[in-house]
Design a binder for this molecule. Sequence first.
Ligand SMILES: CC(C)(COP(=O)(O)OP(=O)(O)OC[C@H]1O[C@@H](n2cnc3c(N)ncnc32)[C@H](O)[C@@H]1OP(=O)(O)O)[C@@H](O)C(=O)NCCC(=O)NCCS
Length: 430
Amino acid sequence: MSVNDAKTVPADETSRKSLENQGLVYRVIDDGDFAVLAPAEHRGFLGPEPTDEQIESERELLAERRVIGVFDETAPQPLPVGTVMSWGTPLTIPSGEIPMWAISGVTVAATHRRRGIARAMLEGELRAAQNAGFAIAGLTVSETTIYGRYGFEPAVPVQRLTIDVRRAGWAGGNPAAQIRFVDREQLADDLEALHERTRTSRLGDIPAWRRRWKQTMGLTPDAEKPRDIRGVRATDGEGNLVGAMSFTLGDGPDFQNHVLNVRHLVAATDDAYAALWRFALTYDLVGTVKAELRPVDEPLDWLVSDSRGIEHRVHDHGWLRILNVPEALAARPLSGPVGVRLRVTDPLGLADGAWTLLQIGGQGLQVKPLEDSERAEVTIDIGALSAAYLGAVTLEKLAAVGRVQGDPAKIRELSVALRTDSAPHLSIWY
Ligand SMILES: CC(C)(COP(=O)(O)OP(=O)(O)OC[C@H]1O[C@@H](n2cnc3c(N)ncnc32)[C@H](O)[C@@H]1OP(=O)(O)O)[C@@H](O)C(=O)NCCC(=O)NCCS
């Protein structure tokens, strides 16, 4: 199945039956139901009731997604009491991409919480994705405590930067790229083009969609203070677009110390990267620059005079869940030779199994089911393997906390093989 066909995947029958036993209807929502979907989702995320204009503006995006609603037909309002949406998307992995089942918009009405609706929806998503042939699923989370039970773990960490610009200073010279203000519509186009051009260089990133950039630039009806959002683009000597940044300027302790909040910064060249950061860190009347969702291996510390002026707060962002171990492992080149008998456990019984992994020389990975007579050398749970899939955490670290067991030399061998050249980086919420 191609990533574009995910919308046609039917609602999972096991989840449908389990919710039916509670008097609830679990079904795929079509375009006609979008008017009730958006209010339910906004309510689930504690937002105000959306206006007709907001509902209309979300319609185009929802039309591209597979949307599931759980309905309680005894409820006086027609809104679903559970929502989840999904779509197929490429996920950047070493040397390429793998189709990923992306999940978003998981909500359960406060009146129906803690009676298994989210569990039925999440397990239903995973079974549907697996049946449709997807080897991996992904999501971003509101709370870190929800998704581990379904086999997801953080696999793409990011960092939040808080920069005292006076202390940090600038030591990155004078980059050649020209920085110019542009209007919000133009910057939405620039961000979209640059994201698409650069995302395959970021392990763990996915394509965005038009509405994501409109939101970043305050161009959707739900935007708060859209006029506060400003944008600059970077061009090289030939006038080519090589970088873009959207930001807001907020009050600080006094007029000389405003706060510049970077909403999104993307650069296609090292020079554009330096030029955009220099622009932010040397902005007159700004004392602090803040930026979210930055890569954990961001080289910014090496462009300032005093790196102690930059505070780093690393946190989880992209969560992955492998659904087909042989396929997911064979899709990414390993970083070293491997000859390991691996057992994977999976509490949901979706991706468990035992295999011999063999990669010698420049050949691709061979994955063969383990014979009954063979014993596994390394045992790992599916969440731990998903966390390590893009190299964000070593198997040695996971072994130290009991998530991997077995022969330490074999654990190390597999850990080295899963290493990646750069840290993964998911640059958007989804
Ligand atoms: C999070 C949410 C979807 C859970 O829905 P729910 O139907 O109450 O969840 P369930 O009854 O199916 O619970 C399933 C399991 O998750 C646990 N759980 C549910 N919500 C949790 C939370 N917020 N934190 C930790 N655990 C949670 C339950 O205890 C239960 O555990 P168990 O089955 O292992 O015993 C719901 O509370 C909600 O809509 N929250 C606001 C929106 C949100 O944050 N959505 C997630 C977006 S990423």
